[in-house]
Design a binder for this molecule. Structure first.
Ligand code: KG4
Ligand code: ZN
Length: 335
């Protein structure tokens, strides 16, 4: 079953094709970074308009790169799109386009949860993995520790009680004047800094599986005000180290408490080099495999949407054409 996936939940316009075997045949991502950079963050209305323009290029390119004709007749067996969570206007563009194509091609439409898409990204690169998995899902809007028993079977082990990890990266980057998007900018600055220069707090490190990042963000602001001469590199490196220490410690504790057969990363922050290295080392020390999706599969893309859509269609069937876009959609959890 060949599935076209469409992703427009935030500031990446993406389309991808996954084939009968679940192999990614094409994955096209058009980033709107340049468009939003001048504003220091995503401007929702601009994002929606850009999705509208870019989809008409990105979708045919994804089909072409997969070696498929543009249609009609239908070049794929189904069309999947992210229906939430995300920016409502941005979501609506992709959802409407996907429904229109499904209707015109007389093929099923599949409504995909963006968070579930991120979880499927890890599976794409690692078909050999064993269950259950502890997945740390760290993106711009979410920080979740999930026990994945199998595709479609998720238990929430912990989550942030305030800011998402990616949000903390973005806010600190903005405060330090490092630019947008914040995560890669902080990682670049941190590479030349001393991670021990500032002893930033590791909130809730010793307790439970929930996380908190808003105090860390405030600590960074206070430290820079107290030490105006401090180098951005040292602040960035110390901040990043504090985030990584907490994320890795919580993930390993979650893995132990849920008797995981492996640990896994997902979401944009999972592209962070020091986080990937630290989790790999911690998992190795615990005798557990660490499954890291490639960096391109961590940040928003449509291959993960097509993969989740393909599984969903096979196991749960198609979605009705009147399913709405939902900016606050949650990860579906096991009862
Ligand atoms: O999953 P994603 O692409 O979009 C959402 O679903 O939110 O995640 C975006 C987030 C942003 O906060 C961005 O700053 C962060 O992921 N990010 C990173 C890195 N690359 C992206 N954070 C730390 N290090 C990175 N290399
Ligand atoms: Zn995402």
């Amino acid at each position: 079953m060949t599935v076209l996936g469409i992703e427009t939940s935030c500031d990446e316009t993406a389309a991808a094709v996954v084939d009968d075997e679940g192999t990614v045949r094409s994955s096209v991502v058009s980033s709107q970074v340049d468009l939003h950079a001048a504003y220091g963050g995503v401007v929702p209305e601009l994002a929606s308009r850009a999705h509208l323009d870019l989809l008409s290029v990105v979708v045919p390119t994804a089909l072409e790169q997969a070696g498929l004709p543009p249609g009609p007749p239908a070049p794929v067996d189904a069309v999947a799109a992210t229906v939430g969570p995300g920016l409502i206007g941005a979501l609506l563009v992709g959802v409407s386009e996907a429904k229109a194509m499904a209707l015109a091609w007389d093929r099923p439409f599949v409504a995909v949860n963006h968070l579930e898409g991120h979880l499927f990204a890890a599976l794409l690169d690692h078909p050999e993995l064993r269950w259950p998995l502890t997945v740390l899902l760290v993106s711009g809007g979410h920080t979740l520790l999930v026990s994945m028993q199998a595709p479609g079977r998720y238990q929430l082990l912990g989550q942030t009680i305030d800011d998402a990890a990616g949000e903390a990266f973005d806010k600190v980057a903005r405060f330090l004047g490092l630019g947008y998007p914040g995560g890669p900018a902080v990682e670049r600055a941190a590479a030349a800094g001393d991670p021990t220069a500032f002893a930033f707090p590791r909130a809730m490190l010793g307790e439970g599986l929930d996380l908190s990042f808003s105090g860390l963000k405030t600590a960074v602001v206070n430290a820079v005000r107290r030490h105006p001469d401090a180098s951005n590199q040292d602040v960035a490196a110390s901040f990043q180290q504090a985030v990584v220490d907490v994320l890795v410690a919580k993930t390993m504790r979650a893995a132990t408490s849920s008797q995981a057969a492996g640990v896994c990363l997902a979401g944009g922050v999972a592209a962070n080099g020091p986080l990937r290295r630290a989790l790999t080392d911690a998992a190795e020390a615990a005798g557990l495999p660490a499954y890291l999706p490639s960096r391109a599969m961590c940040t928003d893309n449509a291959a993960m949407v097509a993969a989740a859509g393909r599984w969903q269609l096979q196991h749960l069937g198609p979605s009705p054409l009147d399913v709405p876009a939902d900016p606050n959609l949650r990860l579906p959890l096991m009862a």
